[in-house]
Design a protein around this ligand. Structure first.
Ligand SMILES: [Zn+2]
Ligand SMILES: [Zn+2]
Length: 212
């Protein structure tokens, strides 16, 4: 599997293209903005689905457009449906290049579910806290976690936005750090990638939250 990360929009949301080289099948994760750019990247590939790690509009902003163009199922956790059409602040959707309304998911993500991509599979981890429905995708063979806004290099996901819950975030962070190996590469929802081991040592906010 090849994982290509493309930052899109004003908020630099990391849209990931998960590509199975053998079959050419590709999953798009978090297409928040700039669908024209993403469509160019998909040339010659077989899109099989769109996944949103969570329902914040910077992550689902182009699901509507891409679903119309590609005619593939949309995967999201049902608890985030109310968020996926909430601009949070008036005009925020236009500002960041989101095109609402976001359609409801065709397939509900749930913990432990596996999504097929060619002969490979991705495991879904339901890790609420930043939002009630936030899910990570884990590519075990590759050692890569697509984490959405759960964890960042040097920070963690905000819990003050609609649906946020610090206690749930703490449980989810603890779970991911305990279950997955330290050398797991983390593709964060925004900005730089990191590893779980690096964050265990160098992320003061993470350490503070886990110590509570
Ligand atoms: Zn978010
Ligand atoms: Zn985000």
């Amino acid at each position: 599997m090849v994982i290509k990360v493309i930052p899109v929009g004003l908020l630099s949301v990391n849209c990931s293209l998960l590509v199975d080289e053998e079959s050419g099948e590709v999953l798009l994760v978090d297409p928040g903005a700039e669908s024209h750019l993403l469509m160019r990247e998909l040339e010659g590939l077989k899109p099989v689905g769109i996944v949103a790690t969570h329902g914040h509009i910077d992550h689902v902003g182009q699901v509507k457009t891409l679903k119309e163009l590609l005619d593939v199922p949309f995967y999201m956790h049902p608890l985030d449906i109310p968020l996926s059409n909430d601009p949070i602040w008036p005009g925020f959707d236009k500002q960041i290049g989101a095109q609402l309304p976001c359609p409801p998911p065709d397939v509900y993500l749930e913990d432990g579910m596996r999504i097929k991509l060619g002969k490979k599979t991705l495991r879904v981890l339901h890790t609420p806290g930043h939002t009630p429905g936030l899910c990570c995708l884990y590519a075990e063979e590759e050692g890569v976690l697509i984490a959405g806004d759960l964890l960042f290099k040097g920070s963690v996901g905000r819990w003050d936005l609609p649906g946020g819950d610090l206690n749930a975030l703490r449980r989810s962070l603890r779970r991911v750090l305990e279950e997955l190996p330290d050398d797991t590469l983390v593709v964060c929802g925004h900005y730089d990638e990191t590893t779980l081991g690096h964050e265990k040592v160098f992320n003061p906010l993470l350490r503070q939250i886990l110590s509570q």
